[in-house]
Design a protein around this ligand. Structure first.
Ligand code: ZN
Length: 243
């Protein structure tokens, strides 16, 4: 493991930090990683989460999708944690150029981050699958029917998130690759780097200054300059406080 002092020194010199984050960034906001199933959870649903969040499941089991989505994916009352706030502060200091996230919870923006690249979309954006009308998260949350319907045309309103079996948005992916390529320090937090193609993106970092913050080991541990296994929010908050 690396020391906090080493990280402080690295970030003091950095001018183009990019944060690449996964589910672990939001666990301190009490949003559990839906991939880490517990026993109760498996008992409640007949299908694994990857199935229930797939495009074909959405198309064929729309009602069951929305039950699962409201129960296990949506956390409309979640608040940003120390990690989100510290990263927003790094951006306002002019040291961080972008947050690239696999999360769909919108907590970086809620904490004040401006340049957020959401690889898998956002629960805050929703659209009618028939007429493309746009809807806020509140519309989906407060729908009286299990399946939210468009007030204009009656079509099904779906979240603008990337389901399994769907590809990432090309423009979003390009923006992420550009940001990561240009970064002088890439902080990778709360992801075990197993979900592709998002995980493959960190290869675009050119400067050999990757900082990994994750509770468990990742496939990239040997390529990282520094590695930490503590809580992301605590660590980043303390470090940013020393810059
Ligand atoms: Zn519509």
């Amino acid at each position: 493991m690396s020391t906090e002092k080493q990280l402080v020194e690295l970030l003091k010199k950095a001018t183009n930090i990019v944060y690449f984050g996964g589910a672990g960034t939001s666990t301190e906001s009490k949003i559990p990683d839906f991939r880490s199933q517990d026993g109760l959870y498996s008992l409640k649903y007949k299908y694994p989460p990857e199935t229930m969040l797939s495009r074909s499941f959405f198309d064929t089991h729309t009602e069951e999708f929305f039950e699962f989505y409201r129960d296990k994916v949506l956390y409309p009352d979640a608040k940003p944690n120390k990690a989100h706030y510290a990263l927003a502060k790094l951006e306002s200091m002019g040291k961080l150029s972008a947050v690239v996230t696999q999360n769909i919870d919108g907590l970086h923006q809620l904490a004040g981050s401006k340049d957020v690249i959401e690889l898998h979309g956002s629960v805050h954006k929703n659209y009618c699958t028939r007429c493309n009308a746009k809807y806020e998260l509140h519309y989906v949350v407060s729908s009286e029917t299990v399946i939210p319907h468009c007030r204009e045309c009656g079509g099904v309103v779906r979240p603008d998130v990337v389901f399994y079996e769907e590809g990432l948005d090309q423009d979003v992916m390009m923006a992420a690759v550009e940001a990561i390529s240009a970064s002088d320090v890439l902080i990778v937090g709360g992801t075990s780097l197993v979900v592709y193609p998002a995980a493959g993106m960190i290869r675009y970092h050119q400067n050999k200054q990757i900082v990994l913050i994750n509770k468990s080991e990742t496939n990239y541990d040997d390529k990282a300059l520094m590695r930490f296994d503590e809580a992301i929010g605590e660590l980043i908050d303390r470090v940013v406080g020393q810059l």
